[in-house]
Design a protein around this ligand. Structure first.
Ligand code: FAD
Length: 433
């Protein structure tokens, strides 16, 4: 039996913990927050089938709440696109605290310690060999870093493994709040409204009426979000949505990963999972799904017996890239291009039919998780062809995305630290340049 420590009780960490404990390992989770603060106090959208796909008990149907309908508003506020719905309860709105409860109930054989922030990793002979909590050294055969986007542990891993750090523009700096509602006022139809490049900002804002009748505001900007930007955007959203009284239940800042997954996910005695490995689909989310499935992949890679070297853990990274990573590289390239389009061009895309409701469905569902196939790529090119001014740039971007994805697929099939580092560095250039 080996001892495995998981830092953070997010979805990826807990799914890995459950499966590893079921395989007979001693698994200890350290979570910095108190039990009641350990999950965000809001709802998010996921596919219902993810639970079974991650090897967990299915969600009871009576606990499932249909995902709400969304509309997207153009930067000039004049045009909207609606996101068509998937079949009933295929995608659900899930309360994060309920999600945490479900995951914890799966972790029967796991020792879970709340209010126990990990201070640092223990590194011995260039191998991660445990953690320090409350000044005490806790040795382990392996540490799973599930501590989120701002993990401080990635850079404590010996440099020779090259675990990457994010760039400043890899994140959406977000402010999210829940507010009391006045249901006698005009209610939004559909309930969720997302503003693209709202008030000229580089990012998105939303103001929603949630299934639990609470108002939900998110203000997100790429790279940085100054306080005065929050004040300005919030005032505008409250003015447009009278049902939102502006009396907060809570308000908090948080970072959301917008980039492709980490090009190096393993080291001797160490692996990253979830947001600490940037496992969201750039700009479109799905981080809960990717993290839960990654947790299972990691546990299956470790199995019952493992020497916990980077070489033994590497099939986990290969599985993740095959199922999600290659596609996310393509989406990342599209995202960087789309985010840099001037607001007038986005307005034109909304108003001229270059982008349609159907495209919004394609972009907001998980169809791309298997990889953007020819259908997606040619569809995007077809859309661009409808507007001549758009053509050159769109084609260039699609080609660049395909090239980056094709290069990603050249990921070393066997672990070789130097080759992997070279591949990861070149991939980064291909996505960013
Ligand atoms: C506003 C917002 C909306 C989102 N919407 C969606 C959505 O609709 N659908 C979707 O699929 N995904 C969504 N996501 C993304 C999703 O939340 C993440 O991708 C997913 O939860 C994986 O996160 P994580 O568990 O890796 O990290 P986190 O959720 O950040 O969890 C990390 C945990 O580690 C703990 N921790 C940190 N440091 C330490 C330490 N030193 N010691 C011990 N514990 C520590 C933290 O307290 C935290 O509990 C959204 C994210 C945000 C912020």
């Amino acid at each position: 039996m080996s001892r495995i420590i998981v830092i953070g009780c997010g979805q990826g960490g807990l799914v890995a913990a459950k499966h590893l404990a079921d395989s007979g390992h001693e698994v200890i989770v350290y979570e910095a927050e108190r039990r009641e603060n350990a999950a965000h106090p809001w709802r998010d959208d996921i596919r219902r089938a993810v639970f079974e796909e991650a090897g967990l008990a299915p969600l009871p149907i009576e606990d499932c709440v249909q995902k709400s309908k969304w509309k997207f508003v153009s930067p000039d506020g004049k045009s909207t696109l609606r996101v068509p719905m998937t079949p009933p309860l295929e995608e659900i709105s899930i309360d994060r605290k309920y999600l945490l409860d479900r995951l914890l109930s799966e972790c029967k054989n796991v020792e879970i310690n709340f209010e126990s922030p990990v201070e640092r990793l223990i590194v011995k002979d260039e191998k991660v060999a445990g953690v320090v909590v409350g000044g005490t050294e806790i040795p382990a055969d392996m540490v799973i870093d599930a501590s989120g986007y701002n993990s401080k542990f990635r850079r404590q891993v010996p440099g020779k493994f090259g675990i990457p750090e994010p760039h400043n523009d890899d994140k959406l700096c977000a402010f999210r709040g829940y507010y009391e509602t006045d249901l006698t006022k005009e209610l939004p139809v559909p309930p969720c409204t997302l503003y693209v490049k709202h008030l000229g900002g580089n990012g998105i804002d939303w103001c929603n009426l949630n299934p639990d009748d609470k108002a939900d505001i998110l203000i997100g900007r790429i790279g940085e979000l100054p306080d005065d930007e929050i004040t300005k955007a919030k005032e505008s959203l409250l003015k447009e949505h009278a049902f939102n009284t502006g009396k907060p239940f809570f308000e908090r800042r948080v970072d959301i990963s917008l980039r492709y997954p980490a090009g190096i996910m393993v080291a001797d005695g160490y692996a990253v999972v979830g947001d600490s490995a940037f496992m969201t689909m750039p700009m479109m989310g799905s981080g809960i799904e990717s993290s839960m499935k990654a947790g299972r992949m990691l546990a299956e890679t470790i199995g019952r017996e493992c020497d916990f070297t980077a070489k033994s853990l590497y099939p986990y990274q290969l599985k993740f890239f095959k199922q999600f990573g290659f596609a996310y590289v393509f989406v990342d390239v599209l995202k960087r291009w789309a985010l840099n389009l001037p607001a007038e061009v986005v307005d034109k895309a909304f108003s001229s039919g270059i982008v349609t409701d159907e495209d919004m469905a394609l972009l907001s569902t998980d169809e791309n998780a298997k990889g953007p196939g020819a259908k997606f790529i040619f569809k995007k090119i077809g859309i661009a062809l409808k507007n001549f001014g758009f053509v050159a740039k769109a084609l260039k971007c699609a080609v660049k995305g395909i090239r980056a994805m094709s290069y990603a697929k050249k990921i070393p099939k066997k672990y070789d630290a130097a080759k992997l580092r070279k591949w990861a560095d070149k991939l980064d250039l291909k996505v960013r340049k």
